[in-house]
Design a protein around this ligand. Sequence first.
Ligand SMILES: Cc1cc2nc3c(=O)[nH]c(=O)nc-3n(C[C@H](O)[C@H](O)[C@H](O)COP(=O)(O)O)c2cc1C
Length: 511
Amino acid sequence: MSRPLDLRSWLARVDELGELQRVSGAHWDLEIGTISEINYRRKPPAALLFDDIVGYPRGYRVLTGAVSNARRMALTLGLDPALDTAGLVQALRGEPLQWETAAPRFEPEVVTAGPILENVVAGHDVDLTRFPAPRWHEHDGGRYIGTGVAVVTSDPDTGRINVGAYRMMIQENGRSATINAEAGKQGRAQYDRWFARHGKAPVLASFGHDPLLLMVAGTEVPNTISEYAYAGAMIGEKLCVVRGEVTGLPMPAAAEIVVEGWIRPDRVLKEGPFGEWTGYYAGSPRPVPAMEIERLYFRNDPIILGTPPGKPPNDYSYMRALLKSAMIQDELVKIGLRDVRGVWAHEVCGGRLLVVVSITQRFCGHSRQAGYLVAQCPAAAYMNRFVVVVDDDVDPMNLEEVMWAVSTRCEPSEDIEILRKSWGSRVDPLLADPAVPYNTRAVIDACRPFERLATFPRVAQSSPTRVRETVAKWKDLFADPRFPLPESVIPSGAVDEEAHGSGVTAMDKKD
Ligand SMILES: Cc1cc2nc3c(=O)[nH]c(=O)nc-3n(C[C@H](O)[C@H](O)[C@H](O)COP(=O)(O)O)c2cc1C
């Protein structure tokens, strides 16, 4: 079986769930961006489908907020939409490893026809301003048609296909678009190798597709695996792709808008600044490769998948937090870190800058090992700044609990380790010199000292059993809707009773 990875059937399913709001008459210049930004602050945000965009024909649409809540993430991943964030984390445990293993069986199926071929325009007639690409933020350097974009490149030696989300700004009155892939990204490594061998690199970019493809394009999938195959493994079906007429690179057969052509090391144009996922505008305009577009393909009534970043929560901060957390936890398990209880890459820090890991401590040095590994494992290495390690009685998703542990179990002079010259980014607001994008990161060990586990002061709170029983007995009191009781107050049966009440974590005596 193969599936076309179709944004339209995705939209129909989301609409059926009651998760879609339609917006008519907004302007591409800032209005779509501002409405979307306000939407991300709703709890939960809707998926917004903009139509009748000022200056554009009806049917030329922009979608935002596609994967910014648990229900739509679940639907996109083929999981139960009734799951909440904690349930999704549980459902995703172990999945990234399985997708990785299964990916070779899900290389995409190449077909010769598909909706993306409904309109094909040759290079000299290309005009990207025929699509309602928004100017998202007030100080952006231009109109970004590529935010939820999937940029397709290949390895000149092995032919391995990479799909990465690298933002694309419209250039030269719509004739071209720049591709902004940061140093260290796999797509960039591939096109640099093409430059060295052939002086130019083939490239293709899709601006609208099933958000599942964005999830993989925008996530650090191991560089031995094609993201198309990985996406196939995620849904258990091969994807359908059509080969581009000029470069032969594969595009989703049901993509909405695709450009195909070449980039060259000497064909660069200034792009940016752009409101970034850190919550700041990144840098000043700088030269990046501009595509020499030879073909434009688009469906009738095309839809741009818009995922503008900005101060979190932004369009994809929820998606990133969820996927990163699952991938980091899987990497830790794969390399053999013992007794990892949970990982959460906090949305408020863009799903990268702050990662919290909880463990059941087993030996002296275990908590530091966890911290160092998280700080440098491939899924977290780019632009992490803080790793906090907590004991298993602390919920890594709950910042109040995490900060309580930091302020009561971390002795600053002993328990904060600094790692220097790590993989930073040009988008870092603290970066002094964009030419050397290192960063520094801190591992904050907020676990009770291992040697004092048995004697560390007891936590002054009722035991989980007592809380559960009391809430059950006094259910009318606690069911009063005027004073809602957060679910997190009622501990699940999984919480270790003894650890919670006494400050003692079960130790593995074999160690
Ligand atoms: C919506 C979205 C936009 C992104 N924009 C950029 C970008 O402009 N430049 C960049 O280098 N990475 C960007 N990223 C992050 C990369 O897509 C991510 O690191 C991904 O793993 C890159 O693919 P690669 O690992 O195959 O290089 C973005 C991610 C998302 C989800």
